[in-house]
Design a binder for this molecule. Sequence first.
Ligand code: BGC
Length: 719
Amino acid sequence: MTQEWQQAGLTADQRADIVVKAMTEEEKFAWLSGPMAIPLGDEPLPEGAIGSAAYYPGISRLGIPAIQQSDASLGVTALGNVRPGDNATALASSLLLAATFNPEMAERTGALVGQEAFAKGFNVQLAGGANLVREPRGGRNFEYLSEDPLLTGIMAGYSVRGIQSQHVVSTVKHFAVNPQETGRVVVSSDLSEAAMRESDLLAFEIANEVGQPGAVMPGYNLVNGEWASENAFLLNEVLKGDWRYPGWVMSDWGATHSAAKAALAGLDVQSGANLDQQAWFAEPLRAAVARGDVPQSRIDDMVRRILRSLFVVGAIDHPAQRHGDIDYMAHRLLAQREAEQGIVLLKNSDAMLPLRRGAKQILVVGAHADHGVLAGGGSSAVTPVGSLRLPGVDFMGIQTDKVFQPSSPLWAIRAESGAENVDFVSGDNLDETLKQAKKADVVILFAEEWRSEALDAQGLALSDEQNTLITAVAAVNPQLVVVLETGGPVTLPWIEQVPAVIEAWYPGSGGGEAIAGVLFGRVNPSGRLPVSFPASEAQLPHPQQVDPESTTSLPGMPVKGGIIHIDYQVEGSDVGYRWFARTGQTPLFPFGFGLSYTTFTRADLQATAEQEGVQVSFTLTNSGARAGAEVAQIYISPTDGRFVPRLAAFQRVELQPGECRQVVLTLEPRVIACWDEQQQAWVIDAGRYDIVLGQHASDVSLSVQIDIAARRFGYCRAE
Ligand code: BGC
């Protein structure tokens, strides 16, 4: 039967309007709140649900499919083993993706996730983690991209674009300023409007522009004392007002706290309602409509937003097929290519790397490298068939595992090294490890740091055992490479004793092969740090963390009514490298840093400021003997020091040996501007600015100055 919305020439808005008009109130409310579609306790799976984060019934008489929602940014998950035996490709952590500085890679890997979601029957992917890494110990930083709003926004946006190219809606989440897990439902991120607009909100704003996500998920946290899911400033004023966001806002699971208040603040759907105190968007919302507290038009608006997004990505014209036809080999190879671009070479004394092929004896130590590579935990953890699962954390009543994905660095090193012998020891027995290490030509030691949703890192140090092991091995065999598999920056107290260090993050389904490729030179490392590595926690704006046991007595963290207020105004919009610049501190490794097996030269930096914006041009040359990729980074700051240098443009450039390329980039105007709260506008002050083409955030070797005219721009607001 042809539906009215199928007439030719209709826009997504018109089609959504037609369907909303035809829907009954029952049908509408069936879409406004729903339980987690994973059996919890005795609750059965809703009929028709595949088994995933959420399910909302279809309306077959109108030709509208059910909404099946799955997690997350790094691949299609099966939380709580809800679909036993289900395979999936695991992408590397988002930090690794950001380290590629390659939007095209974000789009391609996003499309991979969208394709797998579609082939498993899902039409909404709860992806697009776009929070800034404000708290380097945050448990979910591996799901987020970086400490910089431009890099985060662009990479998140392209990833969303990739997912949505497969007729699958993507979210961006967790809107906004949601940097830590400890006390995640009672933590208020307190920050001025200007600082927020210039940092965390800017990341989401750019992600929305680039990716046009069909849905936005507010975080569990509060922002300036109001829960994100009922925060009228965030949802109505900024997102739906200034940014004219046309999609729907779905709460996080168990993060809705009211009916009328949330509905009037801009929340459209209560997700995971069985985890909340009440199914707020069911009877209580109906009652609020009946009382006249919430207009009926608002209910229609909620449903229209959902339909519009589904129509825009083609999820209704091309309903997700549960055909399971997925080329896992091809996907694994793409995951490997991603990891190869995002692994960061941190240290390489005396060009120890790449390792010579054909050694006699290589010893591989630690981190279950005989089996696979570490993955971050929680709702985003992808579990390819063959994963090693160790006890993890329990959250939302679901036992989740610590997962090692099946891409064994040991086997990849065996394949890549051409060595006579490659042995493995777990590292648990120090004496045995040292005995073996002494005999080896080279030792490759894997160090791990596991983070998870609901589990912040308690400090930035690796475990004492691992630090002791690394120091002891370095003492008996200086031919040592340390490979880090971490959920963010860690401190490296042994850095002086170890000649070569690689940051492999959580490298995903092709991680083992990618690491081996970098170690033996098949891959020339090109990843750049998307987060600063502090020398110690004392350098951070918040040296102390919230104590998970006692949420009462920490300095700077007052508790009001059970809510913990964290004062992010300390650093304001100067997150990460900007904080280091503002305070004149030297990090262990700066944002944007990463070594290569070749060398690059930069020259001819020029800048022009025209009506259309500020443009820079420069030449990059690969002055070494190997093909490689450089990440050009442009930082800008006013010469009077009103603000510290900010990343205003970047580009990853691949160059053959001796190749020279001219690059032209346009700077992001909102990075040159500051948000003026009185004028409610972005304001660029007239004056002289320094423009730096840096190898990283602390490199000022090549710069020019430019005069920029005053400019003010804002949003069209209805008076
Ligand atoms: C997470 C979300 C996720 C949701 C559904 C929540 O715990 O915060 O990121 O999408 O669960 O699984």
